[in-house]
Design a protein around this ligand. Structure first.
Ligand code: NAI
Ligand code: MG
Length: 362
């Protein structure tokens, strides 16, 4: 099969780590099992420099038409002075909004070779493999009214509104249950039904979707604050955690840091299924453009490559190829190869290219 991939390397270390995606995709093309049709465009500060926009309409059209979008990172001090609506991040936000990417998937995986880099004890994190499914386009960050008003007594009053409809909850719940079936078949749904009406509805809708379509999956309801505590107490009890935009922001950052470095963490953002049956999707590392190390060839490409593995698994149904890539990452870490950000005593320090080449070789 042929898959259309749009690469948006962006700024800073974005193009450096994206090069390693090309290396892996070309390798797949050469083996002949899969065929990637690779297209590339600008997003972020580089697009602003070239076109005066952080992403052009033409690039948006290509993103809409692609089977999956791989994004590097955007931004940097060079663009601190550009108008607010033209800033590099505005390109990223437009992609998320216009592609309707409502489901943000953030895995927290602990590679055995790095288990001692966590702030938690090795036995607590070794073998950890959690997937946080965060609702990304609703809830407190988007609900109306959203305003600051001055009261009669001169005080100011700020309002954000937590809003969810049952259909928004249902579609994110389905993403979580579908994922769990490909993993350890366990979903925790986190909300605050004890104090929030949205929590009550969340709980009811997830329960109904579970009963109607996913009774084979084990479902546990958990209060979001307890979930935060359990994540540091005994994280291995979790497989998939589904939660709203606000709690998901907190819980995914917390879970991510159980495992060590920013340079290791991938993410996926998924939208509705298209006519082709494929979901709109964008894959990106959690880290930013790292201006402090950009241009030096020392960035860790693993977060970007693990994001590509997610694309193989979730956009292209290439589970075996995704496993292969993830196993190759594990194996180079076991061999002792380390970029600077994950360097440990006695290990071999490598640059971006060397790490990518070693992963392809593995
Ligand atoms: P950052 O993630 O770019 O860097 C934080 C620290 O982690 C730096 O010391 C950096 O060198 C290191 N680091 C990050 N990724 C690494 C990798 N792959 N390998 C080795 N070291 C790595 O976050 P920061 O410094 O807060 O932001 C820098 C720029 O990136 C800003 O302009 C920010 O707006 C932008 N940014 C963009 C994001 C995106 O495109 N999704 C996300 C976060 C920040
Ligand atoms: Mg956050």
């Amino acid at each position: 099969a042929t898959f259309n991939l749009l690469l948006l390397p962006g700024d800073g270390i974005g193009p450096e780590v994206m090069n390693e995606v090309k290396r892996v995709a070309f390798w797949f093309n050469e083996t002949g099992v899969v065929s990637f049709n690779i297209d590339e465009d600008l997003v972020g500060g580089c697009a602003y420099d070239e076109y005066g926009e952080p992403i052009t309409d033409a690039a948006m059209q290509r993103a809409t038409a692609a089977d999956a979008v791989m994004l590097g990172a955007v931004g940097g001090p060079k663009w601190d002075g550009v108008p607010y609506d033209k800033r590099p991040e505005a390109g990223l936000l437009r992609l998320r909004r216009d592609l309707g990417l409502f489901a943000n998937l953030r895995p927290a995986i602990c590679y055995p070779a790095l288990a001692d880099s966590s702030s938690l004890k090795r036995e607590v994190v070794e073998g950890l493999d959690i997937m946080i499914v965060r609702e990304l386009t609703g809830g407190a960050y988007f609900g109306e009214p959203k305003e600051v008003v001055t009261l009669e007594d001169g005080q100011q009053r700020a309002v954000d509104t937590q809003v969810y409809t049952s259909s928004e909850i249902e579609r994110i719940a389905r993403v979580a249950f579908d994922l769990a079936r490909k993993r350890r078949n366990l979903v925790h749904s986190a909300e605050k039904r004890n104090v929030m009406r949205t929590g009550v509805l969340w709980n009811e809708v997830v329960t109904r979707v579970h009963q109607d379509s996913y009774s084979d999956v084990e479902l546990t309801h958990i209060l979001a604050d307890n979930c935060a505590m359990q994540l540091v107490r005994w994280p291995k009890q979790f497989d998939v955690i589904v939660t709203d935009n606000l709690f998901g922001d907190m819980l995914s950052d917390e879970a991510a840091m159980l495992t060590g470095s920013l340079g290791m963490l991938p993410s996926a953002s998924l939208g509705e299924a298209q006519a082709s049956g494929r979901k709109r999707a964008m894959y990106e590392p959690v880290h930013g453009s790292a201006p402090d190390i950009a241009g030096k060839g020392i960035a860790n490409p693993i977060a970007m490559l693990a994001s590509f593995a997610m694309a193989l698994r979730y956009s292209f149904d290439l589970a075996e190829e995704a496993d292969m890539l993830e196993r190759a990452i594990t194996s180079v870490l076991d061999q002792g190869l380390r970029t600077g950000d994950i360097m440990q005593e006695g290990m071999s320090r490598v640059g971006t290219d060397e790490m990518g080449k070693a992963i392809v070789a593995a």
